[in-house]
Ligand binder design. Sequence first.
Ligand code: BTN
Length: 250
Amino acid sequence: MYTVPRKTRRLGKNLIFRPEVASTNSLASTFAKSGEISDGTVVVTLHQSAGRGQAGSTWHTEPGRNLTMSVYLEKPVNAADAFMLNIVSTLAVADLCKSCGLNDIRVKWPNDVLVDCRKISGILCENSIQGETIRWSVVGIGLNINQTRFDGFNATSLSLQTEREFDLNAILEELLFCFESRLDQLRDGFRNQLRTTWTSLLYLHRTQHIFNTPAGPLKGMITGIDEVGRLIVETATGPRIFGPKEISFL
Ligand code: BTN
């Protein structure tokens, strides 16, 4: 069903396909811990029975209709630059969406991709950190492709946006190509350009909004992210900085 991509140099050259798995991130991490996996390996499945999302949430999708996969990367960035992996992976998904003819593509902090203000992709980056170094990362990407019903969720898919059916294997290959290109830019020193491009796509950037915080609703405007990827919100009392579990919004 899934085949080794031709368009990439490194990502997916080792492709682990399982028809069903609990979570591709969990499987990739298990392989990483036992050393049975090499840089650029991709774990992909048709169905996750226990797909995981950000902040302990779950990730459910219709079996066989969407892309659910994880990319294993060795020493991708320094620990201080961990957020760059979110930037690179969300930009890769945005690039893929653009190549499929989609418009109004936004990245939603910290690592979602929205099309027409509806979620098309969620990303879960998990890192094994030792001191200042990330020994390895597993970047898990869930991308809605051919699913057309999302009862109760503000979600969309490539198919809903275009009224076409997509070949999952072709999308995997294109997405890995986009991801590899963005990783190359990061390796080649284009960190600031990547941040600028990402910020230019940021959902609710410079728009007044009411956010949810543990202390209650907060009115403010996103002005960007700090060096480590925390969200900066300008409020009536000045700028405030939030980590992923400290603020939410739609
Ligand atoms: C989120 O939006 O909360 C992140 C969702 C991440 C889902 C992907 S699907 C492939 C990989 N394996 C998982 O268990 N989760 C990620």
